[in-house]
Design a protein around this ligand. Structure first.
Ligand code: GCO
Ligand code: MG
Length: 408
């Protein structure tokens, strides 16, 4: 069974997505997610101009060999564009293999390790009152673990906080904006550090000690600041503190780790096992945050998680709305199969996205399940998708209040 046709579909049903579709000589169709938020066209070109010509005529069943061919064969290694492109091919091939076998992909990865994958949702509010409302909505929807992000006094717009007008709605936070250039946000780490422990104290007072709470510092702190925040959050027992320092410096986590017992998660901007080598072997983190979409696909993430398992480190795959439902499904098949699963992010796609991508995964009592359809279990409605043309969108950039460019 050879790969016969390669389509790269760039559309905007609800937001921008890049979808790879492989069709075999037997007419089996496999889907892969190749969405790289704000840089969509570069992955599209990588796939269309450089990868598609190599795929036509290859054996569709040879997933490992194709992965190595695209990774080693390019000579130029790693990086978000390359690894997202390889991930899309890898997912599509697993999708095909599952459909041919008549099995959901998780069965090909070793079968089920749990009844469902614990998922966390994104609660936010510019004030405590708005945050509590958002948390109650999440609890009503069935979430059993919640990420908490709030406004910071003195700052106009803060990462992860939806608009209060959208309070009570399900899908109220989308960081990418359809603007000609990125929106600029203002930031002061001191304001944040002085504010954040009080937020969690108030949340614990309102919602009790048991609810798993997560928080994302989005790469903005120095190791010292991260250690300080981690320590100040210890009494409030976080499930994790995410991306406390910029992820590319693995050594930075040594200081944070030595100073705090707050569990640490990192890696949504990382894309290779080598980005984790120090983090894993020195046990500097508790959770791997990469997505299957940006981390080289199911093949690469399974190996990364097996490596992490040796050191007792668990998965917490990235699942924002800029991972398409195809990428989300891939993460769920892997999450159900892995022994060292921790939690999975579930930001929820909007209705338009879910009309174009018909999924078979379900969310019940706080747990996600990939479903029993063969392959990844996602169908793409090409005709409907074509009615939502791609439009460039950018993630914001962040400046300190004196104008210095900072990590967003
Ligand atoms: C998360 C992430 C996202 C990213 C987004 C960028 O934890 O879900 O930090 O909110 O900012 O995926 O494209
Ligand atoms: Mg994050």
């Amino acid at each position: 069974m050879k790969i016969e046709k390669v389509d790269v579909l760039v559309t905007s049903p609800g937001r921008n997505f890049v979808t790879l579709r492989l069709t075999t000589t037997d007419g089996v169709v496999g889907l892969g997610d190749a969405t790289l938020n704000g840089r969509e066209r570069s992955v599209e070109s990588y796939l269309r101009d450089h990868v598609a010509p190599l795929l036509v005529g290859r054996e569709a069943h040879d997933i490992e060999d194709t992965w190595q061919y695209l990774y080693r064969g390019a000579y130029w290694r790693r990086g978000p564009v390359t690894m997202t492109a390889i991930a899309a091919v890898d997912m599509a091939l697993w999708d095909i293999k599952g459909k041919v076998a008549g099995l959901p992909v998780y069965q090909l990865l070793g079968g089920r390790s749990r009844r469902g994958a614990l998922a966390y949702g994104h609660a936010s509010g510019s004030t405590l009152e708005a945050l509590f409302d958002s948390m109650r909505n999440h609890l009503d929807e069935g979430f059993r673990a919640i990420r908490v992000q709030t406004g910071v006094p003195g700052l106009k717009k803060v990462y992860g906080v939806g608009t209060d007008q959208a309070r009570g709605q399900k899908y109220d936070y989308e960081p990418a904006g359809r603007t000609a250039v990125p929106v600029e946000e203002g930031w002061d780490t001191g304001f944040y550090v002085r504010h954040i422990a009080g937020v969690f104290e108030a949340v614990r007072a309102e919602f009790g000690p048991e609810l798993p709470l997560l928080h994302d510092a989005h790469h903005r702190l120095t190791p010292n600041q991260a250690a300080q925040v981690g320590r100040s959050l210890e009494p409030h027992d976080l499930f994790w503190l995410e991306d406390c320092t910029p992820a590319e410096n693995q050594e930075a986590l040594r200081r944070v780790r030595a100073m705090t017992t707050t569990p640490l998660a990192i890696g949504e901007v990382l894309n290779s096992v080598y980005d984790y080598q120090t983090l894993i072997t020195e046990q500097l983190i508790d959770y791997v945050r990469s997505s299957v979409t940006h981390g080289g696909g199911i093949t690469a993430m399974k190996k990364l998680m097996d490596f992490a398992a040796v050191y007792g480190i668990k998965s917490g795959f990235h699942g924002p709305t800029d991972i398409s439902p195809v990428g989300m499904a891939a993460a769920l098949h892997l999450s159900i199969a892995l022994h060292n699963f921790g939690i999975v992010e579930y930001m929820k796609h909007n209705d338009t996205t879910l009309e174009v991508f018909r999924t078979s995964y379900t969310f019940t009592d706080g747990l996600l399940d990939p479903g029993e359809n063969p392959g990844l279990g996602v169908e793409y409605d090409e005709d409907l998708a074509a009615t939502f043309p791609y439009a460039p969108a950018y993630l914001p950039v962040n400046r300190l209040l004196d104008g210095t460019l900072h990590d967003w």
